[in-house]
Each structure stands twice: as structure tokens, then as C-alpha cells.
Design a protein around this ligand. Structure first.
Ligand code: ARG
Length: 285
């Protein structure tokens, strides 16, 4: 008797991306950024097109927002907000250098037909720190997103929000230290979290994939999963092998230029999640 292997189901997604037309490293707001190291913008653009084409090849829908002059980090669309059940929460940034991006993304989300765009009183850097995992939202804090915004996000979305404290400045956003692979499966770097958060992650995800320090250090955890295919930086070979061992299909992409700013595939990607069928758009004000 032949035993058919378990095939993980992919769910088609809709992603918002921003071309790196004005990408540069002109300031340093995380340890990856060094304005003295030159950026090859043409290469960044070519790599970004590779990412976009990868998503299209996997059957996903890709929409783009125009890049703005003077906002070199705008390519990192994940920070533009978080969209859950067809409702968006706009971002607000910690660093003045990125603050003007918030309105551009908010306006774009509205124009894209997402009917409700909320804001939080306290700082939140969108999907950089707010990762949707099934019915829960895993929420990072420590460097960027204000812990107080987590309760606001819970109220606005109606989802349980789990606060996780980041402790290593190289992993300043949650999406640099943890990847959501499907509604119940994650991969993460334990050392990036404080003791309490590590315990929370262990309890909730006893079968999580644990990343090596090496794979995290090439931003391997900054990956995008559709439930089956996991788009991740080429250099994260150990993580790719671990994913394959668990039935996921690793899809490596080259984004080395964007890593000079501390970003990888996930940072470049904001998922536009549709309203759940049967769910109301309305959420408590
Ligand atoms: N240079 C950007 C910053 O420091 C990188 C943002 C990466 N985005 C992310 N979702 N981790 O803000």
C-alpha cells in the first residue's frame, strides 16, 4: 500500500508592495543600517521585481503603492499597517524619518477599497510587529510598536493579541524574529525574546520550528508563507531545509540589497486580508 504524503494547502493571498525606486540607506534606525555602505539601487529594484514575480508565479495577487521621494524605507510595506478581516489599522512610526509614510499607506488602503481604516493612539509599525496567526495576533514590542497599542489592536479587531517582548536590537521588529507559517505553525528565534515571551511561545507552539542564530542573522525568519510555499532569503539554507522537512516548500529569493536596511521578503509585503465570509465589516469603534 502506498502512503500519500501530506500536502500542505496553499491559500492565495493579496499583497501590497512598494517598489524600491527611492530606496537608500541615508540614516540608521536599526543595527543593519550603515549610511557609509553604498546601496546599489538598480540591484535593489531588480531583486524586488524578483520577489514580485515570485508571488505572481505562486498565484498570488499583487498590488503596488507608488514610492515617494525622500522616503527611502517606504519599500518596507509591511510597516504600512495591518489588515485583518478586511479592516485596516494604519501604522504610526517611532522614527521621524518614517512618519510621513503612515498617511501615504493609509490613503492607499482606503483607495484600494478597504472600507475602514483605524488608527491607534499609541505607536504601531503595522505587520512589522503585528503578525496574524489564525485567530490570534502575535504582537511585538520592545523597539518599535508601543505595548499599549496591543490592547487597542485587540479592541479594534476583536482578536486575541499576544504580547511578545523583543530583546535583541538586530531583531527590532517581530517579523525579523518570528514567521507565521500557517494558522497554527510558526518558526522563531528564542534568543530574540525575553524569558516570559519564550515561555508563552513554547506553550502555544510546542511544535514550532526553532531557527538557528545563523539563519536569523541573514533575516531568514523574515519570510512569507501562503500555508505551503515559504518565500525566504536564499541565504537561510538551514531554515529552508527545516521547512522542507516539515512539508513546506521553501521558495528562496535574493534580497541582499534590502538587507542593508534590515529588511527581507516579509518587510516588503503587506497582506491585504479579505473580510471573513459571513463576518460583518463593522467592528467596535
Ligand atoms: N529600515 C527599516 C526600519 O528600520 C526596515 C524596516 C523593515 N520592516 C520590517 N517589517 N521588519 O524601519
Amino acid at each position: 500500500m502506498t502512503v500519500l504524503p501530506f500536502v500542505r494547502p496553499a491559500r492565495p493571498r493579496r499583497y501590497l508592495l512598494c517598489p524600491p525606486e527611492h530606496f537608500d540607506v541615508t540614516y540608521a534606525i536599526n543595527p543593519w543600517m550603515d549610511p557609509a555602505v553604498p546601496v546599489d539601487r538598480a540591484r535593489a529594484i531588480a531583486q524586488w521585481h524578483g520577489l514580485r514575480e515570485t508571488y505572481l508565479r505562486l498565484g498570488h495577487d499583487v498590488v503596488t503603492i507608488d514610492a515617494a521621494v525622500g522616503l527611502p524605507d517606504m519599500v518596507f510595506a509591511a510597516n504600512g499597517g495591518v489588515v485583518v478581516d478586511g479592516v485596516a489599522i494604519g501604522a504610526s512610526f517611532v522614527h521621524p524619518e518614517r512618519m510621513p509614510e503612515a498617511d501615504l499607506y493609509r490613503d492607499h488602503l482606503l483607495a484600494a477599497g478597504i472600507p475602514v481604516v483605524h488608527t491607534t493612539t499609541h505607536t504601531n509599525e503595522g505587520e512589522g510587529d503585528l503578525l496574524v496567526a489564525g485567530d490570534v495576533i502575535l504582537a511585538g514590542t520592545g523597539f518599535r510598536t508601543d505595548r499599549r497599542s496591543h490592547a487597542e489592536v485587540a479592541r479594534l479587531t476583536g482578536h486575541e493579541v499576544v504580547t511578545l517582548l523583543l530583546v535583541d536590537p538586530r531583531y527590532y521588529h517581530l517579523d525579523t524574529a518570528l514567521t507565521v507559517l500557517d494558522d497554527h505553525t510558526i518558526a522563531y528565534l528564542p534568543e530574540a525574546f525575553d524569558r516570559d515571551s519564550r515561555r508563552v511561545l513554547q506553550d502555544r507552539y510546542p511544535d514550532a520550528i526553532i531557527s538557528s542564530a545563523e539563519d536569523a542573522a541573514v533575516l531568514g525568519l523574515n519570510a512569507v508563507s501562503d500555508g505551503r510555499h515559504v518565500v525566504l532569503p536564499t541565504e537561510a539554507e538551514g531554515l529552508a531545509a527545516a521547512l522542507a522537512g516539515r512539508g513546506f516548500v521553501p521558495v528562496p529569493v535574493e534580497l541582499s540589497e534590502l538587507r542593508k536596511s534590515g529588511g527581507g521578503p516579509k518587510c516588503c509585503t503587506l497582506e491585504l486580508r479579505p473580510a471573513r465570509t459571513g463576518s460583518l465589516q463593522e467592528v467596535p469603534a
